[in-house]
Write a protein that binds this ligand. Structure first.
Ligand SMILES: NC(=O)c1ccc[n+]([C@@H]2O[C@H](COP(=O)([O-])OP(=O)(O)OC[C@H]3O[C@@H](n4cnc5c(N)ncnc54)[C@H](OP(=O)(O)O)[C@@H]3O)[C@@H](O)[C@H]2O)c1
Length: 301
């Protein structure tokens, strides 16, 4: 093992599971590349039917073909979903209700990181809009199906970046002040707080929720980075997890028996972990929930 391999082995969990998922259906958002694609491949390899929810159908279908090449009997299909457009989210959910009888795992994986200021079709700041509001709305729309398929699980991809996050309630649109790194951290803290509040509301329905930090993974997530951050990432790229390794903790949260996990909890390196204090603030979680409903014009029973 070389020096890099030795270092990597220190933080890549030695975890595997032979749990099978025949008869289960999963949706993975952002499944055309990176951690999402590897997550989808793993679940398909366990026998699950996997819906690759991708904003670019050509990329989604290519990912489905790639998975089929590696997992011969994979049941994978690509469906269009743009989390930056609430109309697209509605159409995706409608399509799911028309075609699927059950949904056991919703993996809210897609993400955009540290981009220049931009807004979604509905006028939300892009990182908060896609990473948090888009998945919040998608979960809202799919909850009935998850409930009817219970026991079921929702897994929200967060990040260690949530530790630097603060929910700027008086400037969620980033109009007063925008910093790409802070906006990413805010959206990833929102993922943790959303999971926490969601878990309380859905536990009695047989639906559990976990948030996941996949670790530092070599993917396309750095595509919007500017120098010198991009140069630093490149210099350390051989130390980063591979996308398959980055999918471990998500898969761990899918296959580990429910009584060994804590709904609403935060997981990393295939185990439970402590999120930052802001991520444990129930008052902020509740306020974020109410503000998110208001921004999306929805009422969550
Ligand atoms: N890589 C890391 O080190 C790391 C660390 C901590 C947390 N994470 C989290 O892990 C998750 C997966 O990231 P990754 O590293 O695999 O990144 P990635 O390779 O850049 O993949 C991101 C995925 O999200 C999709 N996406 C972006 N905007 C979307 C939109 N508006 N609608 C639908 N899909 C959209 C992308 O689609 P396109 O290909 O069409 O753009 C792509 O499929 C993210 O939530 C990220 O925050 C990653």
């Amino acid at each position: 093992m070389d020096g890099d391999g030795c270092f990597r082995s220190l933080f890549i969990p030695n975890w595997s599971s032979d749990v099978r998922l025949e008869g289960k259906t999963a949706i993975v958002t952002g499944a055309n590349v990176g951690i999402g694609k590897e997550t989808a491949k793993d679940l398909a390899g366990r026998g699950a039917r996997v819906i690759l929810a991708c904003r670019d159908m050509a990329k989604g279908e290519q990912a489905a073909r790639d998975i089929l090449r590696e997992v011969k009997a994979a049941k994978v299909v690509a469906r269009q979903l743009d989390l930056a457009d609430t109309k697209s989210i509605c159409q995706f959910a409608e399509n799911i209700y028309n075609t699927e009888k059950a949904l056991h795992f919703l993996i809210n994986n897609a993400g955009v990181a540290m981009c220049s200021y931009a807004t979604t079709v509905d006028g939300f700041e892009m990182q908060f809009g896609v990473n948090h509001l888009g998945h919040f709305f998608l979960t809202f729309l799919l909850l009935d199906l998850l409930k009817h398929s219970a026991p079921s699980r929702i897994i929200n991809l967060s990040s260690a970046a949530h530790n630097m996050g603060k929910i700027e309630f008086d400037d969620l649109s980033g109009e007063k002040k925008y910093n790409p790194v802070s906006a990413y951290a805010q959206s990833k803290l929102a993922n943790v707080l959303f999971t926490r509040e969601l878990a309380k509301r859905t536990e009695a329905l047989g639906v559990v929720a976990y948030s996941v930090d996949p670790g530092m993974v070599k993917t396309e997530i750095t595509r919007h980075l500017k120098r010198p951050l991009m140069d630093i990432t490149k210099a350390f790229s051989s130390l980063l997890k591979t996308p398959a390794e980055g999918a471990y903790t998500t898969v761990y949260c899918v296959v580990t028996p429910e009584n060994q996990l804590l709904t609403g909890g935060y997981y990393k390196d295939c185990g439970s972990a402590e999120c930052c204090r802001a991520g444990q603030d129930d008052g902020t979680a509740l306020k974020l929930w109410a503000v998110s409903c208001h921004m999306l014009g929805i009422r969550w029973r």
